[in-house]
Design a protein around this ligand. Structure first.
Ligand SMILES: [Zn+2]
Length: 352
């Protein structure tokens, strides 16, 4: 089969690889759709020391079961896995338990492995689901007629929900998201769904801000080097600043902006990390002190987040069709990376 294989920095090459062969307990999916994640792009551009090449990338997928060697294999809800079923996957796979799995925070477990990092991913017509994942009920059956490209959002939407599970956004809050890419837009939509009074996005890219206007937010504000966007946000929030600020872009300037614009007693979430090559940055931490800010981080997702994202997508109440803006064949994956970098796209989905 043909797969997009990561071989190192700047080298993601669509090439012929051996078809996957199943071991005991495993399930084979034919991939219908696999969205490109910001981390796929980051791996492509900067490399990732956690990935041992060659590795097939792609972890935001929806496919259907074509073969199973999992006797009595079951979905998360306990129903049996059957050939032909359409499925999505919670990609955190545990090799045992520790204090974090016991807290229900599988994403923080030292026993975790994930698809596209430790196991080949789904930028390929077929993907092998490891036995541990099947046994842990990581496969979820798609039971509505939602399209597979939209359903591939379950994974990134779950990551967004993980951040929200600690932010507790509600009716008393105004929210600003820095970064209006697909992840930023999903944060904005969830904030809205939870009853936030006002939701704003900030971005440096005008294309993205134009697309953001399609989502009925309260403002899409251009970030400029003179800092005018910070004053604009203050004006739009009665001089207080937003109660919640989510940083969905990998930039230290955005982290500083978040601390500066947040209201007193505000909550700030660093959803995006900084590049691993330069994680140390000066921040004005007196904002945290004087404004009594609460800062949280967010990494990957808990299984309960994935379940909630899966359920929200099934409900039809989430505008997934507007978030997937491009569908490309596998051999145009480089074009997909380019569309993401220029900000012309929200989610780019590789379709099979
Ligand atoms: Zn992802």
């Amino acid at each position: 089969m043909k797969a997009a294989v990561y071989e190192g920095k700047e080298r993601v090459i669509v090439q012929e690889v051996a078809d996957p062969m199943l071991n005991e307990g495993e399930v084979l999916l034919a991939v219908d759709a696999c969205s490109i994640c910001g981390t796929d792009l980051r791996t492509y551009r900067h490399g990732d020391l956690k990935i041992n090449p060659p590795r097939i990338l792609g972890h935001e997928f929806c496919g259907h079961v074509v073969e199973s060697r999992a006797t009595d294999g079951r979905y998360a809800d306990g129903t049996p896995i059957q050939i032909g079923d359409r499925v999505v996957m919670y990609i955190v796979i545990l090799a045992g338990t520790d204090r974090y799995t016991e807290m229900g925070r599988e994403n923080l477990s030292g026993k975790r492995t994930t698809m596209s990092y430790h196991h080949d991913g789904a930028f390929a017509p077929f993907v092998r689901i490891p036995a541990n994942a099947v046994a842990q009920g990581n496969l979820f059956k798609v039971t509505s007629n939602i399209s597979s490209d939209q359903m591939s959002l379950a994974e990134p939407l779950g990551c967004v929900m993980n951040a929200h599970s600690r932010l507790g956004i509600g009716l008393k809050d105004t929210v600003t998201i820095i970064g209006a890419g697909p992840i930023g837009i999903m944060h904005a939509l969830l904030s809205r769904a939870q009853g936030a009074q006002k939701v704003f996005v900030i971005d440096t890219n005008e294309e993205r801000l134009k697309m953001a206007q399609d989502f009925n937010l309260d403002g899409a504000i251009l970030s400029t080097s003179d800092g005018a966007h910070r004053e604009r946000i203050a004006q739009l929030t009665n001089g207080n600043g937003p109660d919640v600020v989510i940083v969905a872009v990998s930039a230290a300037t955005a982290q500083n902006d978040a601390l500066e614009i947040a209201a007193k007693a505000g909550r700030v979430n660093f959803f995006a990390g900084l590049p691993k090559s330069s994680p140390v940055t000066p921040l004005n931490v007196n904002h945290i002190h004087y404004k009594e800010l609460s800062i949280s981080g967010s990494y990957s997702e808990k299984k309960s987040d994935f379940q909630a994202a899966y359920a929200l997508l099934h409900s039809g109440r989430f505008p997934a069709s507007k978030i997937v803006t491009h569908r490309l064949p596998l051999d145009r994956i480089q074009d997909g990376f380019h569309l993401m970098e220029t900000g012309e796209s929200l989610k780019v989905c590789i379709a099979f």
